[in-house]
Design a binder for this molecule. Structure first.
Ligand code: DQA
Length: 137
């Protein structure tokens, strides 16, 4: 089974960025743990701070992979283009967020991804990614 985690802008700074919200662990460390936990999965990872690169990656994997775990970060709340890409592909997409975006600023309450997603998991810290992977199994 092939699953990819796609992370959007500023998630490359996990571990350093607002640790009171996002925790103190880097995504690379967490990815190691995830790969050890899901040994039988082919678990790919892509991160970009650039909207078009995220769309390109969704299109590239979106007709052959079994699942996409997508944290579009701030683009969640702004990007029609990423929302349309999620709707365009046949691979199911699970939207994830580390924080509970609904108990934060009101501009984080809107998602352009959720309408095209299979489901949404948010607010469980990095564990949100693990829960999203489990949803595909
Ligand atoms: C986030 C929530 C977004 O509102 C924010 O812009 C992020 C991270 C999360 O994982 O909690 O960058 O997607």
């Amino acid at each position: 089974m092939k699953i990819i985690i796609i992370n959007g802008p500023n998630l490359n700074l996990l571990g350093k960025r607002e640790p009171e919200i996002y925790g103190g662990k880097t995504f690379e460390t967490y990815l190691h743990e995830l790969r050890a936990k899901f040994k039988t999965l082919e678990l790919d990872y892509f991160q970009s701070n650039v909207e078009g690169e995220l769309i390109n990656k969704i299109q590239e994997v979106g007709f052959s992979y079994d699942g996409i775990v997508l944290n579009a970060a701030a683009y969640t709340h702004t990007s029609l283009g990423i929302g349309d890409a999620v709707k365009a592909v046949s691979t199911p997409v699970v939207e994830v967020h580390i924080s509970n975006t609904h108990n934060r600023e009101s501009f984080r309450h809107t998602s352009y991804i959720a309408g095209g997603a299979k489901g949404v998991i948010l607010g469980f810290g990095l564990k949100s990614y693990e829960l999203a992977i489990l949803s595909f199994l």
